[in-house]
Design a protein around this ligand. Structure first.
Ligand code: FA5
Length: 358
């Protein structure tokens, strides 16, 4: 082949590219033209380059020179088009896809977890009944979790398999006497081995040890038990503890406070029943159930503070009496929001949790 047809095909390609690039309006157009003219496999430039081998040897240096010029011009045209469109090849292609005239995407705002909502609601109701909020630690010692609550050493509730003892809790429990005599020093070693508290009743003891009488408190927080998860049980759950100590507190007051609480929180039509029961720290004791989905669901335990508990915290049970209760916060939350499986509360599935936006 002589020089002329080779140069003509180069010039024709450059003109075509110039026309098309000047009318390109998007990064997609530009990318398609880049492939068409300079694509490594079958771009027009590549095809013409193959023809270089057929140019006669004496014309080949001039043909190669022209080829390089056209290639540079083509690149310049593409850079120019890219600048104009506002992209710069592939990496900027995405930028040009943003259409600033479209409405923006509303950012997703989290919702308050239903358990937190429940806790706030419970505090508000109990606040109206005159109960103030007390707090206690989640890592407890045996004194507060068991001994002062009149739970003897051989009681099944103290079985290591039914509790989360801490790895540091290797030493044997000190005797009750040793705990009692040393409690005043409160140096963090005398209450016996440490465990994650299994009930918020621990806070009753802490408050009675430290606060003046009379008292009317609630405490809301997490408790831990190695219970197998099912629709109504979870190994970590929340309880609301209540304690009222005064002169002449009665079981009738306990029942009316719990009834009033249940109707305020669950609605006037809720059916509540009290069943005789046993807790080492209350006498007499009851379990409290509500009716839901054709069955009774237990939502708490309660009773009159046992004189042995008063003795452990140096309160004169001849003068003072009191009642205590401990309610399952998840069970209350489930009933109110119509949640049938406690595990849904802890799956962290935002599609589920978003339903409870306030
Ligand atoms: C107690 O924990 C007592 N401390 C309650 C108490 C306090 C009685 C003061 C007397 C005076 P119980 O183990 O029954 O009792 O638990 C109380 C409530 O916690 C149960 O009624 C239930 O609503 C809830 N609960 C218990 N175990 C679980 C669990 N694994 N998952 C979710 N909720 C639970």
């Amino acid at each position: 082949m002589s020089l002329d047809p080779f140069v003509r095909s180069l010039d024709a390609m450059l003109e075509e590219a110039r026309a098309l690039l000047s009318s390109a309006t998007s990064a997609e157009d530009l990318e398609a033209l880049r492939v068409r003219f300079t694509g490594a496999k079958s771009g027009a430039l590549k095809t013409i380059q193959k023809g270089l081998a057929e140019v006669s040897p004496e014309d080949r240096p001039a043909a190669g020179k022209r080829f390089n010029e056209v290639r540079e011009s083509l690149q310049a045209l593409m850079d120019e088009a890219s600048q104009r469109i506002g992209g710069g090849g592939r990496s900027k292609a995405t930028r040009s896809r943003i259409d600033p005239t479209l409405p923006g995407q509303r950012p997703r705002i989290g919702v308050v977890h239903p358990i937190t909502q429940t806790i706030e609601h419970l505090k508000e109701i109990m606040g109206r009944l005159g109960f103030t909020v007390a707090e206690g630690p989640e890592i407890e010692d045996e004194w507060h979790n068991f001994v002062a609550l009149n739970i003897p050493e051989d009681h099944p509730a103290r079985d290591p398999l039914d509790n989360f003892y801490l790895a540091t809790a290797k030493s044997a429990s000190p005797s009750r006497d040793a705990m009692e005599t040393n409690l005043g020093s409160n140096d963090g070693t005398i209450g016996g081995p440490r465990l994650l508290r299994s009930q918020t009743s621990t806070v009753q003891i802490r408050v009675m040890e430290n606060e003046p009488l009379p008292m009317r408190i609630i405490s809301l927080g997490r408790v831990y038990r190695p219970d197998a998860p099912d629709a109504t049980h979870f190994p970590m759950f929340h309880q609301m503890e209540g304690l009222w100590v005064d002169e002449h507190v009665t079981m009738a007051q306990l029942k009316s406070v719990l009834k009033l609480f249940a109707t305020s929180y669950l609605g006037g039509d809720v059916k509540v029943r009290f069943r005789p029961s046993f807790f080492p720290f209350t006498e007499p004791s009851v379990e409290v159930d509500y009716w839901w989905n054709d069955q009774w669901i237990e939502f708490g335990g309660a009773g009159m503070v046992d004189p042995n508990v008063f003795r452990a915290v140096n309160i004169d049970s001849e003068r003072w009496s009191g009642f205590a209760f401990g309610l399952g916060v998840e069970r209350l939350c489930m009933r109110r929001f119509g949640i049938t499986d406690i595990r849904d509360l802890y799956r962290s599935d935002v599609r589920f949790l978003r339903q409870f936006a306030t």
